[in-house]
Design a protein around this ligand. Structure first.
Ligand SMILES: [Mg+2]
Length: 358
């Protein structure tokens, strides 16, 4: 039975944050997201969502909606079961535009899953049904950071990611303050490109000198400074992660060639689902570890990342905490949550997301 795409829609999807989210590249008070719907001829709707990030991906909600509208003639009338051919065409028609492609790919694969009766985590491999997320702490004073860490521990989080980039001395004090209130938590750091290679190494050494173990130092230096990433990797004594450095499979190949990272942070919002699968294969073949991250997606978009993480089952670092930072947006399907653990079982085909009439 054919499953022809009857309509493709994109509209603004604004979501308030519980508290402002502050990192080295900027501050966010709300998520100005985009909801994407792929409707099949039998009324089935595949849902996608992206959280454009002007300073990370170069997208805004308005550019994302405009690109999806431009791609509409390539999508409407196609059979969703030929999803790879279809999405290859849309990728070739408009280069880059990570947010638009990502949201479209989530919606198309959700529609495909719903049309064929396959949950996405099974489509991706069905390795696991659960994944445990960390919780991310914004930039702030040592006292503010420790207070946020205390809350995260009380909520059941066992892994805490600390945004850094306030200067080596301040960041060391913040990490020490977190360790004091979260003695058993696994700690990782994310600098969002804030440091020079030398400062990043100094930060890692000063934290180690306090006897505090760090599981990962994510994106210590500028995204295009591959030499600097390798410099940190060779001297810091902690695994180095590439996030902003890797948007595309080609970026991942360069990280491998230049020995620039130990871990690649895959985000569906950067690479789309197609790019994420390619980057996964490159990292696995190169014996690099994998992290999965997110932007500020609600449950609608985050479900695709959760299903990908469960289906592939190979992510040693999971940073899928946007839904804990946004004011609750509830809808059926996707996953269920127990503390920091997502469970994708029993939510139906595709991502299982069901919004009903908006
Ligand atoms: Mg990051």
């Amino acid at each position: 039975m054919p499953a022809v795409i009857k309509d493709l829609r994109a509209c603004p999807f604004d979501l308030p944050l519980i508290e402002p989210f502050i990192i080295a590249t900027g501050r966010k008070d709300a998520a100005n997201n985009v909801l994407i719907e792929v409707e099949l001829d039998d009324g089935t709707i595949g849902y996608g969502e992206v959280a454009p990030s002007p300073y990370t991906t170069g997208d805004t909600a308005a550019t994302c909606i405009a690109i999806v509208e431009q791609l509409r003639p390539l999508v409407v009338g196609k059979d969703v079961r030929q999803w790879r051919a279809l999405l290859g065409q849309t990728r070739r028609a408009v280069r880059h535009q990570f947010a638009a492609h990502s949201g479209l790919e989530i919606a198309v694969l959700d529609a495909f899953g719903k049309a064929t009766g396959v949950p996405l985590y099974e489509f991706f491999g069905g390795v696991s049904t659960r994944v445990e997320s960390d919780y991310t702490l914004s930039l702030g004073t040592p006292e503010e950071t420790a207070a946020a860490a205390r809350k995260a521990v009380a909520a059941g989080f066992r892994k805490i990611k600390i945004k850094v980039g306030m200067g080596v001395a301040t960041d060391v004090a913040r990490v020490a303050a977190v360790r004091e209130v979260a003695p058993d938590a696994e700690l990782s750091l994310d600098a969002n490109q804030a440091f020079s290679p030398q400062a990043a190494v100094e930060l890692a050494h000063r934290i180690a000198a306090l006897g505090i173990e760090i599981s990962l130092l994510e994106q210590p230096v500028r995204r295009d400074d591959f030499t600097g990433m390798r410099f940190v990797r060779e001297r810091a004594g902690v695994p180095v992660g590439a996030d902003e450095t890797v948007f595309t499979p080609e970026d991942a190949i360069r990280v491998v060639r230049e020995g620039a990272a130990d871990v690649i942070n895959i985000k569906v919002a950067k690479a789309g689902l197609l790019g994420a699968l390619d980057i996964y294969s490159i990292a696995r073949a190169a014996n690099l570890e994998l992290m999965i991250g997110c932007m500020m997606e609600s449950k609608v978009g985050l479900s695709a990342s959760v299903h990908l993480a469960c289906g592939l089952g190979c992510f040693t670092h999971c940073d899928l905490d946007s839904v804990f930072l946004l004011k609750p947006f509830e809808c059926d399907g996707g996953y269920s949550l127990l503390g920091p653990v997502f469970n994708v079982e029993g939510h139906g085909p595709g991502t299982g997301i069901a919004l009903g009439k908006q």
